[in-house]
Design a protein around this ligand. Structure first.
Ligand code: F6P
Length: 470
């Protein structure tokens, strides 16, 4: 058995509350099962050399965190990762702003990660790199002599070559991905998009009949590994939290009104402006609901130094204000819009209390809130999930009410259908989705990926390489 080494930009330190986003929750659940090392940015920036990683050990997991230089961090994280790769991979060219100095900083930060991780590696490690911040990491580790299996999982969508080649360094990015042994995507669509890039750059022959990719002397397994949730843990959290003071205070405040919930990082890809306008459409089209429904949108601030995030925040404040100004009554606020985060367990309690879960991103790798909403429900009286067909989760959760998030009138109708759906239908849809979630939970996601990495190790090419060192 190998030791699992996970590497990601964001990490969830045991002494701090969970970092927002699916990635941190997913990796933590994976590592709690297998034990191992989690290496990443510690959340601090410094003026000078970042020094050695800080180490914390808790419950079989070693957390190793590095600081990053302030200027470099801004260019790598706010700049290249979140003003180039994020919008491009989510098909939002309008939000993309390319700058080659930032591309250099991205490379340098990846080099810092590689050089700080290198001394911590052991001969039996399987290295699992996560997300778009760290695409060059395998190439840099290989240049430093690492021969161990290295896998990469992309939590966000992968764009088709016609979108990807807008990026000046798209060829380097594709080359970098071939330095991994296993490259994992959330959906078949993402895998197809990756194939389109491989075919464009290396020719159709590079994709072998068994799906493996052959580039030079490297063989890469590219496959689909949809991330799941820890179903039992979500259920337990939701059941416990529903009786907690904070959730009770919220449900009491509804005074019998139906609750519709949305929980998203404040990000333009989440479709919140369109969602608010769909809700407004719904209130206009179905006025019987005035005063009978409360929509709570939790949207913790995120990437606040990036211009597009400042703009979307302003648009949302205006949109929520418009709807409330128009429809509110002295004893009713149609939208409660909160820019704050809550502990994960409390969120699960909120989701359990909701009759409708509204998850309508304009594009999303997976969207774990959709899965958590389903897992958090009471199976005897479940709420209804309204889900964007542009979220990766829609490939698995096709018993949700699937909507096009841009079609605000259709989303408004879906809210009405959800609120009036008979119990038998709600139960049936919920049970079907629970089967999917249980079959592909977080444990099976981890197992499938780690098995794929271990198989790499056993292939002829790897066995020869493994003998040579780390
Ligand atoms: O899922 C995409 C992702 O970027 C994750 O990598 C991250 O955990 C989450 O969104 C939150 O983003 P950030 O780390 O930029 O706050």
């Amino acid at each position: 058995m190998s030791r699992l080494v996970c590497v990601s930009n964001r990490i969830s330190l045991p002494r701090k509350s969970a970092a927002p986003g699916g990635l941190a929750v997913g990796i933590l659940s994976a590592l709690k099962r297998t034990g191992g090392l989690w290496f990443g940015w510690g959340g601090e920036t410094v003026e000078n050399d970042p020094g050695d990683p800080d180490i914390h050990i808790r419950d079989g997991v070693t957390y190793a965190t590095v600081d990053l230089r302030q200027r470099e961090f801004e260019q790598y994280y706010n700049g290249y990762a979140n003003e180039v790769l994020w919008p491009l991979f989510h098909y939002f060219l309008k939000g993309m702003r390319y700058n080659s100095d930032e591309r250099d900083a991205y490379e340098n930060v990846n080099r810092t990660f590689a050089s700080k991780l290198l001394p911590m590696l052991e001969p039996r490690d399987a290295i699992w790199v996560h997300d778009y911040h760290l695409i060059p990491l395998a190439r840099l580790l290989r240049e430093m002599g690492v021969k161990r299996p290295i896998g990469f999982f992309l939590h966000i969508p992968f764009p088709n070559i016609e979108m990807l080649r807008v990026l000046p360094s798209y060829a380097e990015l594709l080359h970098d991905l071939t330095s991994y042994d296993v490259v994992g995507f959330q959906t078949e669509n993402d895998l197809r998009a990756f194939h389109s890039g491989i075919e464009h750059l290396f020719g159709a022959d590079a994709i072998k009949p068994d799906g493996r990719i052959r580039v030079g002397n490297r063989t890469v397994r590219a496959d689909v590994f949809p991330i799941g949730v820890d179903v039992a843990a979500v259920q337990e959290e939701a059941i416990t939290a529903i009786n907690s003071d904070v959730v009770k205070r919220m449900t009491d405040s509804l005074v019998g009104r139906s609750l519709m919930m949305g929980v998203d990082r404040l990000d333009y890809s989440k479709g919140l402006v369109e969602r608010f306008s769909a809700y407004q459409n719904f209130l206009e089209t179905y006025p019987d609901n005035l005063g009978r429904i409360t929509y709570i949108q939790i949207a913790p601030l995120s990437r606040t130094d990036v211009r597009a995030y400042v703009e979307i925040r302003q648009s949302l404040e205006q949109a929520a204000g418009r709807t409330n100004g128009r429809f509110a009554d002295t004893d009713w606020t149609p939208i409660r819009y909160l820019n704050r985060n809550f502990p994960h367990a409390t969120l699960m309690g909120f989701l359990r209390a909701a009759k409708v879960g509204l998850v309508t991103p304009l594009r999303d790798g997976m969207n774990l809130v959709a899965k958590e909403f389903v897992a958090a429900q009471d199976p005897t009286d479940p709420g209804v999930l309204i889900l964007s067909n542009l979220a990766g989760a829609a490939c698995e959760l096709n018993s949700a009410l699937l909507v096009n998030p841009y079609d605000t009138r259709a989303v408004g109708h879906a809210i009405q259908s959800a609120l009036s759906m008979p119990l038998a239908e709600r139960r049936e849809r919920h049970a079907t989705m629970m089967q999917v979630l249980s079959r592909n939970d977080i444990a099976s996601w981890t197992r499938r990926f780690v098995d794929a990495l271990d198989q790499t190790q056993n292939s002829d090419a790897r066995v020869r390489a493994v003998g040579n060192g780390n």
